[in-house]
Design a protein around this ligand. Sequence first.
Ligand code: FMN
Length: 169
Amino acid sequence: MDVLEAIYTRRSIRKYTGQPVDDEQMQKILKAGFAAPSANNKQPWHFIIIREKDTLEKIAEKHPYAKMLVQAGCGIIVCGDTEKEDRTGYLVEDCSAAIENMLLAIHGLGLGAVWCGLYPNTERTAFISELLGLPGTVIPVGLIVVGHKAEEKEPSSRYDESRIHYERW
Ligand SMILES: Cc1cc2nc3c(=O)[nH]c(=O)nc-3n(C[C@H](O)[C@H](O)[C@H](O)COP(=O)(O)O)c2cc1C
């Protein structure tokens, strides 16, 4: 899939067949995450792949908007390491760039995904940190639910001339 086509047609997928994402697909998705830009090229990310049903269920039970995680059968927690990047703003931006790269890779592979927010919701970040044994220096920034699609969505055109400014506001 052409890069612009991938960007223009990606949508959040919230219905899944349950068919597993295989290791080869997962490796391509992770490579896309690692390819993201980051402030001063610090690459402060870590990725935790979750496939165990029990863990998926615990997260879905706690996160009010990630119930589809169990049906998808796979999640990637994108974490930021404050020892690699101590400026939280940049840490979150770097991890978000990795997340978006992975969402596009997932879409390009014909799979579906949805980005579920963790940071800055402290209830969610504390729960994930405890559940997955994160070091105190690592922040769980976001959760990517990934799986085989059980729904198709039309591209959503959001182009809006009124939001574009030339030279000054
Ligand atoms: C930071 C962030 C957090 C999000 N959190 C959730 C979430 O918890 N659950 C969910 O179903 N979608 C979540 N989304 C997905 C948005 O709802 C979705 O991107 C938006 O409605 C636009 O739809 P689209 O992705 O299909 O273009 C999140 C998106 C972002 C960027």
